[in-house]
Design a binder for this molecule. Structure first.
Ligand code: NAI
Ligand code: MG
Length: 344
């Protein structure tokens, strides 16, 4: 990535706790003292209610120009609302962000399983999220699940490259688990499986295994330490990564990166958390660790490491938000992370 300065970071807090955790992450980023230029833009259901669009043109224009985007969460209703389309899906599509990367790493506290260090590589552009859903008759609805060879090979190539990079960083052999349900979905998941295994065969150093998605869900709970890189179609990757986040403390701790052709976008895995929004108690860790992923992608690995260490020290010192059994507010936790940066 080019390191022209300053780097422009577009903040899109969105709805609910997004508006609490993104300012917290921005505050921590500012405390690092880097040459970052912040901009802010609107998106989400609140924006739709006020302005009739969930993703205004100016947000998309700023997104295209920025070096990176830090995105909070949006509240998508579970019923159809005329004219509303999830802005995160629209952004991923508009920016060509075909890969959703969700690292899951053990946290230094009792709610986290030890020894977990895995990465879910989720195909982000098709599968059941391709937007081809329709009502066939008043009593029948159909969703089309699109799997293409090109998109499957593209995501598999990225998963293999990331497996090699992780192995070099960790000085251990790379492993890749290809996840599918090709025993039932023989044509669509069959194509995903075939494409992924063909690409992986070009990386002889990577130990490749395949797992049916239901078995993978079981193995994740039973022995998460056995996994390195998990490659999955869109919906499976979404579900398995939420499951995996519960192994290390829960949704409040899970970061993600959306990468591909355009401006990379970083977001906590969680949603708008309407049950706790507005109370100032949201866990900003997922957002802060997403900012760390962002710094890494922008070519600032030492700063990313410093951020992660700050979070780990804060948790290890017993400062936690209520979702992690503590009583710290979002602000208190954020200030503790900032204080621990100066000691690093
Ligand atoms: P959610 O992730 O918002 O909440 C699930 C549970 O985790 C809740 O109990 C919540 O309080 C807790 N939680 C989530 N983030 C937290 C944090 N930072 N700190 C402490 N606790 C946290 O998922 P839910 O309830 O299924 O969905 C709520 C809304 O969010 C829906 O409208 C959904 O469409 C949207 N959503 C948006 C996403 C996005 O913008 N990428 C992703 C997932 C859901
Ligand atoms: Mg999810």
């Amino acid at each position: 990535m080019n390191a022209q300065s300053p780097l422009t970071i577009l903040l899109i807090p969105g709805d609910g706790v997004g508006a609490e955790v993104i300012p917290a992450a921005a505050e921590v980023l500012r405390a690092l003292g880097l040459d970052l230029h912040f901009q802010q833009a609107e998106a989400g259901f609140g924006c739709f209610t006020r302005r009739g669009t969930a993703l205004p043109e100016e947000t998309l224009a700023l997104a295209r120009q920025a070096d990176a985007i830090l995105f909070g969460a949006t509240a998508s209703p579970s019923t159809r609302v005329d004219g509303y389309r999830s802005p995160i899906l629209a952004l991923r599509r508009a920016l060509g962000l075909y890969a959703n990367l969700r690292p899951v790493v053990s946290m230094p506290f009792e709610f986290s399983r030890p020894g977990v260090d895995l990465l879910v590589v989720r195909e982000n552009s098709e599968g059941l999220y391709s937007g081809r859903e329709r009502v066939e008759t008043p009593d029948t609805a159909i969703a089309e699940r699109l799997i293409s060879r090109a998109a499957s090979e593209r995501i598999a190539r990225l998963a293999c490259e990331l497996a090699l990079r992780r192995a070099a960083e960790r000085q251990r052999p790379p492993r890749l688990t290809v996840i599918h349900k090709a025993n039932v979905l023989k044509l669509s998941d069959g194509l995903f499986r075939e494409s992924a295994l063909k690409v992986a065969a070009g990386y002889p150093d990577i130990a490749v295994e395949e797992l049916l998605v239901d078995a993978a869900a079981m193995h994740l709970v039973r022995s998460p330490q056995r996994f390195d890189v998990l490659l999955a179609p869109n919906l499976y990757g979404d579900i398995l990564s939420d499951e995996a986040s519960a192994l290390v403390g829960g949704l409040g701790f899970a970061p993600s990166a959306n990468v591909g052709e355009g401006t990379p976008l970083f977001e906590p895995v969680h949603g708008s958390a309407p049950d706790i929004a507005g109370q100032g108690i949201a866990n900003p860790t997922g957002a802060i660790l997403s900012a760390a992923l962002m710094l890494e992608t922008l070519g600032l690995p030492a700063e990313a490491k410093r951020l992660r260490a700050g979070v780990q020290r804060t948790l290890a010192a017993g400062i936690r938000t209520p979702d992690a059994g503590g009583s710290a507010t979002t602000q208190a936790f954020t200030q503790a992370v900032i204080a621990s940066l100066s000691r690093f």
